[in-house]
Design a protein around this ligand. Structure first.
Ligand SMILES: C[S@@+](CC[C@H](N)C(=O)[O-])C[C@H]1O[C@@H](n2cnc3c(N)ncnc32)[C@H](O)[C@@H]1O
Length: 309
């Protein structure tokens, strides 16, 4: 069988199995099988597949047709221009989460200008927390953009942290990201960065961070049946559901961030499609100022940012 016929058959099989974006999925699985890029695929339609490649391609199609996400089948997903290992222990990074990175970098730059300093492009002296790091995509993208910043990335899932550590090593930022297993920001994440001179119980918690970012679980359990099977049956529940309504984790996260951020420090949170009415009132005076909401490309309020007063 040649490349063109294999692709055609793959597309037909995935279409019959109601796979969304079936053409793209078949292409990605064939490219993965052949370790080729898309240009090669369309430049060599007559190339013959070996028996082994044809069997491997069929095995991948069967998994995808049964509902496994393409990213799990190929074991990777791109985010912020970098390739991340993914597996069923972590949420597959979503394109809308790139708005978290954009807003965080913008707000850091604006803060420097407002305080009369030149923008710190290197992130020197900055301490950042990424809460619920999953694959590590947010922490690693920020580490790449701010090559002198130090980052603490937390997750409640040890299995997720193992994936995040491998991704940090792969992108050569593992020396600047400390991965910590804890609930939300967790005492360990905060106390470990305190200097010995600052070790009173209060100082141990307080006011360390320049930036706290998080894409917390925000799907409501009541929405479970409306999720796509790829998400509902294959992504980790701990990464999806924030509670029955979905927005339950934000209150504690915002409380901890208020405690952990320096004065003038920034909080940047991803929002679920209906989280804004529950989250915005939590960012009230006297703790927070300069609250701003950013919509995603679909017009959904996706990121909320605030400054610690
Ligand atoms: C929506 S995923 C986000 C993953 C990644 N940051 C991203 O944007 O793709 C949420 C992550 O938070 C973690 N998590 C859930 N509950 C948590 C908690 N109470 N404390 C810390 N992490 C938690 C999950 O294990 C999961 O990795």
């Amino acid at each position: 069988m040649d490349v063109r016929s294999a692709l055609k058959q793959g597309i037909a099989q995935l279409r019959e199995s109601n796979v969304p974006s079936f053409t793209l999925a078949a292409e990605l699985l064939l490219l993965h099988t052949l370790s080729r890029d898309r240009t090669w695929l369309y430049a060599h339609p007559e190339e013959l597949l070996s028996e082994g490649d044809a069997q491997r391609f069929q095995a991948l199609l069967t998994r995808r047709a049964a509902g496994e996400p393409t990213q799990h089948v190929v074991g990777k997903q791109e985010f912020w221009g970098f390739e991340f290992e993914v597996n069923p222990d972590v949420l597959i990074p979503r394109p809308e989460t790139e708005h978290v990175i954009e807003v965080a970098l913008d707000r850091l730059a604006v803060r420097e200008v407002q305080e009369g300093r030149p923008p710190k492009n290197s992130g020197e002296g900055l301490l950042i927390a990424d809460v619920g790091t999953g694959s590590g995509c947010i922490a690693i993208a920020l580490a790449k953009e701010l090559p002198a910043a130090e980052i603490i990335a937390t997750d409640i899932s040890q299995a997720a942290l193992a994936v995040a550590r491998r991704n940090a090593t792969r992108h050569a930022v593992d020396d600047r990201i400390r991965f910590v297993k804890c609930n939300l920001m967790g005492e360990a994440a905060i106390s470990d960065v305190t200097t010995a001179a600052d070790s009173s119980a209060d100082a141990r918690h307080a006011r360390q961070f320049d930036l706290v970012v998080s894409n917390p679980p925000y799907v409501g359990r009541h929405e479970k049946d409306s999720l796509m099977r790829e998400v509902r049956d294959h992504e980790p529940e701990i990464a999806l559901y924030g509670g029955e309504e979905g927005y339950e984790l934000y209150a504690e996260l915002i409380r901890e961030a208020a405690y952990g951020l320096k004065s003038g420090g920034l909080l940047v949170l991803e929002l679920g499609h209906n989280s804004l009415p529950a989250v915005e009132p939590l960012l009230d005076l006297p703790h927070w100022t300069s609250v701003a909401v950013t919509n995603d490309l679909a017009g959904i309020p996706r990121v909320i940012a605030a400054k610690r007063s």
